[in-house]
Design a protein around this ligand. Structure first.
Ligand SMILES: [Fe+2]
Length: 194
């Protein structure tokens, strides 16, 4: 248990340059003793410079194979652009349980199970106050864009109700692939749009 907690704390993009603290892959056990590999990858376009994200993903796939040496695989592709995340999703289709994008703080409307059985959404969005600029105080953020000298370092928006944003995936024990996927947008200003 200690080991699992230790790994959770240190998960960072697998393709960070070496030596970087932490690990990019965590192996976790469920209560019923199923193994889940979680890999975090960082995109190469408009992001901090890292090793080639597709080559890193290829190396991962050479080691981990569903139902051969791991029960489920979760891929978090942390990136700015949709095409890079979508290409990564196709690379993992049928080989991972779920591929999700993160980083933009804005949920996309393309939640689905792909042709070969991998659940996917280009960006999960953030859990936070959407009455903001990607979670940060909107007045201060606008000041920064206007190059107003009184702008401060970004700080989180406060006072608004938070929205929980994400997906819920049901996975098949026999294949390790997704059988159901559902987007969740709960509470706050984003839910009220309906
Ligand atoms: Fe980020």
């Amino acid at each position: 248990m200690d080991f699992i907690e230790h790994e959770k704390r240190l998960l960072r993009p697998e393709n960070f340059f070496q030596p970087s603290p932490g690990k990019g892959i965590g192996i976790f056990k469920t209560k019923n003793n199923k193994s889940i590999a979680v890999i975090n990858l960082m995109g190469n376009v408009f992001m901090k410079k890292s090793e080639d994200v597709f080559k890193t993903a290829e190396k991962f796939l050479q080691i981990y194979e569903l139902k051969k040496n791991i029960d489920f695989i979760v891929v978090d592709i942390h990136g700015e652009i949709t095409s890079e995340k979508m290409a990564m999703a196709y690379m993992f289709d049928g080989k991972a349980t779920v591929v999700v994008g993160t980083h933009t703080h804005v949920p996309t409307s393309d939640c689905r199970i792909m042709e070969k059985g991998t659940a996917y959404q280009t960006d999960l969005g953030m859990c936070g106050d959407y009455n903001s600029v990607i979670g940060m105080d909107r007045d201060n953020s606008l000041k920064k864009f206007l190059k107003d000298q009184s702008a401060k370092k970004h700080f989180p928006a406060s006072g608004g109700e938070a929205t929980i944003s994400g997906i819920l995936v049901t996975a098949d024990d026999k294949t390790g692939l997704a059988s159901k996927v559902q987007q969740i947008i709960l509470g706050g200003s984003l839910q009220e749009r309906k």
